[in-house]
Design a protein around this ligand. Structure first.
Ligand code: TXA
Ligand code: MG
Length: 305
């Protein structure tokens, strides 16, 4: 760990685990380290980064107090955890972090290694540690597959959640979900006792610029299971939400949506490694589980809608 802490302090970048996906960490106060993050990922510079903190007192370097109305309640309830809040930025926050916006996205990850690391390095910017247009990494091996076998990565094993954090804008009149994640709209509404909106990002100038870029599609074609599909096709990987059956190319999740969320990106990567022609997923409803809306969002993106 000490070696990785020194690398960050010297302006390097290091991948580390969080509860959602692995992040590509760089010091949030070092412009050249942040430039390296964009360069290594192949990320467009108009796509802002999330600042990761390990304690509440670090927040004062990024935003002025008082915080927006709902922020304290949300931080109390969901931090550390997979909720990113978008709040007004302090003038000193680097433009490369916010892509010139007047807001900054912040979260405190719920992962012992991540918190310990950030405690020693100071706040880190951390996009998902994949090359742009590849799926977010949920294992250290995914990071190495994208960045090479000698890339510095703190291996914390497979991540617990498997999908990226919920991004919630607190600068508009009503709290607005910019990216669904495992913390659902209903859970946020219950915490705040107030209505939460969803931004479907269908405008030319989306509030969360990341949502406008095309996301990872495996080489295999992804689609929803229909009555026409025969599940004996072995050039196809089937992800069946409600089935218990499991064979090499048929994976049953028996209603365990959290497990599907945890494994989805790894299944996409495996589909490409195995040369499957299709990935067919059994449809489900967004109210079936707190994580279902986020899963639907990522699957629809992989389908290419
Ligand atoms: O779970 C996660 O959030 C992971 C782990 C590593 O923490 N990180 C992650 O970062 O997914 P990234 O860079 O892949 O996605 C960040 C998202 C993008 O959609 C970006 O547009 C949005 O957050 N974002 C960042 N700053 C923003 C801001 N000021 N306003 C609106 N959206 C913002
Ligand atoms: Mg990402």
């Amino acid at each position: 760990m000490q070696n990785y802490v020194s690398q960050i302090k010297e302006g390097g970048i290091v991948a580390f685990p969080t509860e959602t996906v692995y992040g590509l960490g760089a010091s949030a106060t070092n412009p050249s380290a942040i430039a390296k993050v964009f360069e290594q990922k192949g990320r467009p510079s108009d796509n802002p980064l999330i600042v990761h903190i390990s304690s509440i007192d670090q927040l004062s370097d990024f935003t002025n107090y008082p915080l927006p109305k709902f922020a304290p309640q949300l931080m109390e309830k969901f931090w550390p955890g997979p909720l990113t809040i978008v709040i007004p930025k302090k003038a000193s926050v680097l433009d490369s972090i916010t892509a010139g916006l007047d807001t900054v996205a912040v979260r405190m990850p719920n992962h012992a290694l991540a918190l310990d690391f950030i405690q020693q390095t100071g706040p880190l910017v951390a996009p998902s540690a994949n090359k742009s247009s590849r799926p977010s990494p949920t294992k250290a091996s995914h990071v190495l597959a994208d960045f090479g076998s000698s890339f510095p990565v703190i291996d914390g094993g497979p991540t617990e959640v498997g999908l990226e954090s919920t991004v919630l804008d607190l600068t508009s009149e009503k709290p607005t979900i910019l990216r669904p994640g495992s913390i659902s709209k209903a859970e946020i509404e219950e915490c705040l006792n107030s209505e939460v909106l969803e931004d479907n990002q269908q405008t030319d100038k989306p509030k969360s610029p990341g949502q406008k870029y095309s996301h990872y599609k495996p080489n295999a074609e992804v689609h929803w299971l229909t009555s026409e599909d025969e599940i004996d096709q072995d050039d196809t990987l089937f992800l069946l939400v409600n089935s218990e059956t499991s064979e090499e190319h048929i994976v049953g999740y028996d209603g365990d949506y959290q497990k599907l969320a945890r494994e989805l990106y790894d299944r996409f990567r495996q589909a490409d490694l195995h040369g499957y022609k299709k990935v067919i997923i059994e449809p489900f409803h967004k109210n079936n589980s707190p994580v279902a809306a986020a899963l639907l969002n990522r699957i629809e993106k992989a389908i290419g809608k």
